[in-house]
Structure formats: C-alpha cells, structure tokens
Design a protein around this ligand. Sequence first.
Ligand SMILES: Cc1cc2nc3c(=O)[nH]c(=O)nc-3n(C[C@H](O)[C@H](O)[C@H](O)COP(=O)(O)O)c2cc1C
Length: 185
Amino acid sequence: MRKNFGAKTYLYPMPVLIIASYDENGVVDAMNAAWGGISEENQISMCLSPEHKTVKNILNTKAFTISVADANHVKECDYFGVVSANNVKDKFEKSGLSQSKSQFVNAPIINELMMTLECELIRYNEETCIMTGKIINVSADEKVLTNGKIDPAKLKAICFDPVNNAYLVLGEKVGRAFFDGLSLR
Ligand SMILES: Cc1cc2nc3c(=O)[nH]c(=O)nc-3n(C[C@H](O)[C@H](O)[C@H](O)COP(=O)(O)O)c2cc1C
C-alpha cells in the first residue's frame, strides 16, 4: 500500500543554498533557499520570490555566491531563512559570520561556509521567480579537502526535509556513481 500526499513540494534531497549578495552600499545579505539546483552546463537556477532583499541586490549587482549549508552552521543558515534584510539592516552582522569579497564576481563569500559557487546573473523572471546564474568558479576551504578533492564526509552538507521541516546531514557513501549499475547491463 502507498499513501498519496497530493501535489506537495516534497522531494529528497532538497539543498540548503545560502545565497549571498551585496546591496547598493556594499552591505552583505544572505538568504536560505531550498528550491534550486544545477540546471544546465555551468548554470544553477533557483526559485526566488521577488520581494526578497537578496533578489533586489542581485538585480543591482548582477552577481551572487551560493554556499553549501553545513551541520556546523545550522543555526546561522536557518536564521538567513527566517529574517529579511528588508526589515533588519544588519541581518548578516547579527549572524556572527564573516565574509570576504569573491575574486571572481562582485559578491561576498561567507568565510565559515566551506564550499561556494561564485556566480554571475544570467536572467531573472519575476513571474516564474526563476533566477539563473552562470557558475564562474567553485571554491572550497582546504579543511574539507582530501587528496585535493572536496570530501563530503568533511563538508557535512545539510539538506532540507520539507516533510518534517528539518535539516539532515549528508556524507555517507553508499555506492559508486556511473559504476554500480553497470553490473545489471
Ligand atoms: C529552509 C528554508 C528554505 C527556503 N527556501 C526558499 C526558496 O527556495 N525560495 C525563496 O524565495 N525563499 C526561500 N526561503 C525564504 C527566504 O530565505 C527568507 O524569506 C529570507 O528571509 C529572505 O531574506 P532576504 O529578504 O534578506 O533576502 C526559505 C527559507 C527557509 C528557512
């Protein structure tokens, strides 16, 4: 027996993307987004409501970064999703996190989050809320590398659980991609 839940926005895994931007005065903002993912070669798309300060910032600067939320910063990453810089001018400062300007795009990198996509805005459609960015660079702190590669066990990325409104940690390897299925051919 299966239970039907209807037309819900339920999916596993859903990412926890922390989108960081500068406002017109260089003040940093960051928001949490679960509706997004890689959409084309070198591109990432998210569904972002136009009223967010983040969206206004990005339409102005044409750039943003997306950091992967991790288990060491759950509180801060959730905070980015429940408070708006439209109302709280020092939203980012209150998180206690720090930032450095990206070498590649006009957007901040959150120093404490270990892996970041640095992006330029390609397009935003206010009706569909879809924002698409070109990935210019991916950077990761050396602390989460093993043999020069990003190590998910060290990164401890979290994903959003839309059914239970929770964050879950990722990292356990259960298979080899493009390989384990070959034995069934
Ligand atoms: C777990 C979680 C996921 C979220 N996903 C999205 C999303 O995919 N799209 C969106 O527009 N808002 C999403 N939000 C809401 C924004 O993060 C929130 O409105 C935030 O305050 C916007 O900040 P800003 O106005 O400073 O840019 C999410 C919030 C949480 C807590």
